[in-house]
Design a protein around this ligand. Structure first.
Ligand code: FPP
Length: 258
């Protein structure tokens, strides 16, 4: 016999929305963009910052609640030493320059990932920018830096294991609902739309848990070329997806029509 479950209100809400509440992006293709122009790779990352600015402003003005960008993965440390150094310098300079602008636009900035490995100056800039924008009520702009989805899940599992060890929780009480509050993006809705630029079709250890029900959009466009028109294409594509969350197409259409 199948167990009949009520459809949670949150699922109905997500099915009805045509604008994603949370967008997560892997910004790929900076290196190739630069190389195609005979420029060093770091010039592609620099051009990528312009695309970041455009996407943040567009999401803020549309009323998207959260935008998470994968700026540096835990695997990116394996890149040539000079590229890593230049990326760290770019993050420091960008945060220093953009923090006030984000604040003026009511954007709340947050960095997720293991920041302990970052240079002290970058950690300071992150803390300053987070403090400055903490009270803002507009778009939450999340930068994933030295982030890995497996790290995030393992970190949350460790927190729960500590509670079990302390006798606060029994092992049988370890459930997805209890693990979620320990994830780095615990207070944000899970991403509805995942975008990866640059032609590759993989998730690359990004928000592994959080992307469980995201719609996955892949484009050949290289990140520095991802402008307002490209984001509109992605949003238009998203608005035409039928999100099911385990339901049948008929149930989904009934919810939309109600
Ligand atoms: C991947 O392209 C891109 C990165 C590893 C870095 C992305 C960082 C930025 C755009 C800067 C953002 C800054 C802030 C503060 C949010 P790639 O180098 O792998 O490109 P390729 O596949 O063409 O080599």
């Amino acid at each position: 016999m199948s167990k009949h479950e009520e459809i949670p209100a949150a699922v109905g809400d997500r099915i009805r929305r045509s604008l994603p509440r949370h967008i997560a992006i892997i910004m790929d293709g900076n290196g190739r963009w630069a190389q195609a122009r005979g420029l060093p790779r770091h010039r592609g990352h620099k051009a990528g910052v312009e695309a970041v600015r455009g996407v943040v402003e567009q999401c803020a003005s549309k009323g998207v609640e959260a935008l998470t960008l994968f700026a540096f993965s835990s695997e990116n440390w394996r890149r040539p030493r000079t590229e890593v150094r230049l990326l760290m310098e770019l993050f420091i300079a960008t945060l220093g320059r953009e923090a006030r602008r984000l604040h003026r636009n009511n954007v709340r900035l947050r960095v997720i990932g293991d920041r302990d490995a970052f240079p002290a100056r970058l950690r300071e800039r992150i803390r300053d920018a987070e403090d400055l924008t903490a009270g803002n009520s507009g778009l939450t702009f999340v930068i994933a830096g030295n982030y890995g989805g497996r790290w995030d899940i393992a970190h949350a599992a460790r927190r729960l294991a500590e509670r079990v060890e302390a006798g606060e929780l029994a092992a049988r009480d370890v459930t997805p609902e209890r693990l979620r509050p320990h994830l780095s993006s615990h207070d944000l809705p899970d991403p509805d739309l995942f975008i990866r630029t640059g032609g590759e079709q993989r998730i690359s250890n990004f928000l592994l848990w959080q992307l469980a029900y995201a719609e996955l959009y892949f484009t050949e466009v290289l990140w520095p070329d991802f402008d307002a028109r490209e984001l509109e294409h992605a949003l238009d594509w998203f608005s035409r997806r039928q999100r099911r969350f385990g339901l049948t197409g008929q149930q989904v259409e009934a919810i939309k029509g109600a």
